[in-house]
Design a protein around this ligand. Structure first.
Ligand code: ATP
Ligand code: MN
Length: 482
C-alpha cells in the first residue's frame, strides 16, 4: 500500500486503511505513538494495542526511530488532534540507539539554538527547524512565482566571476594553481595566465552587473542564486555564503524601483501568511514563550504575527538620506548621546541608527534614498548636486524591524561618460568592465534594480534572530562543517 503523508490525513479519509511512515517523536505508555514525517508541523498519533503486538518489536520503537504503521484512520478520542490511526501493524524501518541518542538533540527536551547548530545534520528533525525550512521553501517559491507571474525572466548569472568590480577585498579566490609552487612573472607576482581560466577569478558577490546586461535586452530579469562574501564580520546578520535575489528592469527609475521592492516584499510576506499558517503559528508561539523569559524592557513591542501583518498592511515610509540625518540629529538618543557612532551628513548609517528610524521613530518599514555618492557603489546613478553642492546617488535601502537592511538597490548610471568617470574614480580599470560600459554605448536606457538577501527575508518572516538558523548549513568565518 502507498503511504499517505500526514498533511493529507484529513477528516475525509476517516474509516480508510492508511499507511503512515515517519519518525517517532514520542512513544507514551507503550500505547500512544507520536509520529512526524516532515510534511507538516503537525504529528499524527498512532494508537497501539500492546496486548496484540509483539513485545520485542515494541521495545525497538524509541524516539527518533523510523517507522511504518498501517491501520484505520479514525476520529481522535484525545484532544489536540482531529484524527488518529488505530494500528494494525508496525514495521520499524530504522532503529535509534537509545544510548547514542542521549548525546543528540533528538532527545526530547529543550535545546539551545547554539547546540542545535552544532548538530545541524539532525536539527531538521526539530519542530523549530522543520517549520523554518518549510517556510524558507515557501518563500523561495513565492520569489519565483512573483516574478514569473509578472513576465520577468530568471537569468542564471555566473558563480565564478572574472570581475571584482563590486567588492574588492572581500572575495573568495577560485584557483587551481598549486600553493607551494605558484607560477610567478618577472616581477615576482603570481602569474594568473597559468591559472585555470587564464586570469584571476573569484566567487561572485552579486549577479547585478550581468543581470543589467540581460535587462538591456530581455527588459525585465531577475537572478536568485548563491552569493559569497569573505567579509570577516561575525554578526547575526552576515553569512559568507548566502542567497540573493536581484531583479533588474529596463526603463524603471528609482520610484518604480521602490514600488517594486515594496510590492515584492509585501507579496512574499503575504504568501507565507497564507501558505504557512501552521508553521507560523508555531514560530509565533515559540517567540511568545521566549519573550516571557526576557526582562520587560528587552521584549519586542510587536510579536511575530503583528510584525508580519504590519508589513503587509502599511505603506513603507520613504525619505531621503538627508532627511533621515535630520531626524536622527533631532532625536532623543542623539541629544542624550546614546548613539555609539556619530551622525553627520556623509557617514554611513549604523544599525543602531537604522533600528531607531524603523523601530522607534516611524514604527514601520523605511525606504531611505539618495545616499551620499561617496559611500555607495560606482554604478549608482549620480543625482544633480544639492544647493550645498553635496553629491548623492539614486540609491535605496529598505530597512526592516529586527533585521535592519533587508534590501539595497538603485537606479543605475546609464550615461556613458559619467559611468566611465565614476569607474576611474573608484579605481576600477576599464579593461575589467569594458563589457559593462559597452551597454551604455549601444542603446543605453535608464534602468534600476535591487538585491534582497534571501536569508534576511527568511529571518524576518520566521522571527529567527540569528541568520545561521535560517539556512540549512551556514558558512561563516571558521565554520564550514557539514
Ligand atoms: P550590510 O550593510 O548589511 O552588510 P550590504 O550593504 O553589504 O549589507 P549589499 O551589498 O547591498 O549589502 O547586498 C544586498 C543585500 O544582500 C543586503 O541588503 C542584505 O539583505 C544582503 N546581504 C549583504 N551581505 C550579506 C551577508 N554577508 N549575509 C547575508 N545577507 C547579506
Ligand atoms: Mn556588507
Amino acid at each position: 500500500m502507498k503511504r499517505t503523508k500526514i498533511i493529507d490525513l484529513t477528516g475525509e479519509k476517516i474509516g480508510q486503511e492508511v499507511v503512515v511512515k515517519g519518525w517517532v517523536k514520542q512513544f507514551r505508555q507503550n500505547r500512544f505513538l507520536i509520529i512526524n514525517d516532515g510534511s507538516t508541523i503537525n504529528n499524527i498519533q498512532a494508537v497501539v494495542d500492546h496486548e496484540t503486538m509483539d513485545a520485542s518489536l515494541l521495545e525497538t520503537i524509541t524516539t527518533a526511530a523510523a517507522v511504518s504503521v498501517s491501520g484505520q484512520l479514525v476520529e481522535s478520542q484525545g484532544r489536540g488532534q482531529s484524527v488518529e490511526v488505530l494500528v494494525n501493524s508496525i514495521e520499524v524501518l530504522g532503529t535509534a540507539d537509545p544510548e547514542a541518542l542521549q548525546e543528540t538533540i533528538l532527545q526530547p527536551k529543550r535545546h539551545t539554538l547554539e547546540r542545535l547548530r552544532e548538530q545541524a545534520h539532525l536539527r531538521f528533525r526539530t519542530n523549530t527547524f522543520g517549520a523554518v525550512f518549510r517556510v524558507r521553501h515557501a518563500l523561495a517559491f513565492a520569489v519565483h512565482k512573483y516574478f514569473n507571474d509578472r513576465g520577468y525572466f530568471y537569468l542564471h548569472t555566473p558563480i565564478v566571476t572574472g570581475s571584482d568590480a563590486e567588492g574588492a577585498g572581500e572575495m573568495f579566490r577560485v584557483t587551481t594553481l598549486p600553493f607551494n609552487d605558484t607560477p610567478r612573472d618577472e616581477d615576482g607576482k603570481v602569474d594568473f595566465s597559468e591559472d585555470f581560466f587564464g586570469k584571476e577569478t573569484n566567487l561572485t558577490v552579486s549577479g547585478q552587473l550581468e543581470a543589467e546586461l540581460g535587462a538591456m535586452a530581455l527588459g525585465q530579469v531577475y537572478t536568485f542564486g548563491p552569493t559569497f562574501r569573505a567579509e570577516n564580520s561575525n554578526t547575526s546578520r552576515h553569512l559568507a555564503e548566502f542567497w540573493m535575489i536581484e531583479p533588474e528592469v529596463a526603463f524603471n527609475d528609482l520610484n518604480d524601483n521602490m514600488d517594486l521592492g515594496e510590492d515584492f516584499l509585501q507579496y512574499c510576506v503575504n504568501y507565507a501568511l497564507e501558505q504557512c499558517k501552521d508553521d507560523l503559528a508555531f514560530l509565533h508561539d515559540r517567540e511568545v514563550q521566549a519573550e516571557k523569559q526576557k526582562p520587560q524592557n528587552e521584549r519586542n513591542e510587536l510579536n511575530l504575527m503583528d510584525r508580519l501583518k504590519f508589513v503587509v498592511d502599511n505603506d513603507f515610509e520613504r525619505l531621503t538620506y538627508t532627511q533621515a540625518i535630520d531626524v536622527l540629529l533631532n532625536s532623543k538618543p542623539h541629544k542624550k548621546k546614546k548613539f555609539k557612532y556619530p551622525i553627520e551628513w556623509g557617514v554611513d548609517l549604523q544599525s543602531e541608527h537604522e533600528r531607531f528610524l524603523v523601530e522607534k521613530h516611524f514604527k514601520k518599514p523605511v525606504i531611505l534614498t539618495d545616499y551620499p555618492a561617496k559611500i555607495k557603489a560606482f554604478y549608482m546613478r549620480l543625482n544633480d548636486a544639492d544647493e550645498q553642492g553635496r553629491e548623492t546617488v539614486a540609491a535605496m535601502d529598505i530597512l526592516f524591524p529586527g533585521v535592519g537592511e533587508i534590501m539595497g538597490g538603485s537606479q543605475r548610471e546609464e550615461r556613458y561618460d559619467v559611468l566611465k568617470a565614476k569607474c576611474a574614480e573608484a579605481g576600477i580599470p576599464e579593461e575589467e568592465v569594458w563589457w559593462y560600459l559597452d551597454t551604455r554605448k549601444f542603446g543605453t536606457a535608464i534602468h534600476a534594480g535591487f538585491g534582497l538577501g534571501f536569508e534576511r527575508l527568511v529571518m524576518f518572516v520566521t522571527g529567527m534572530t540569528n541568520i545561521r538558523d535560517v539556512i540549512p548549513f551556514p558558512r561563516t568565518p571558521k565554520n564550514a562543517e557539514f
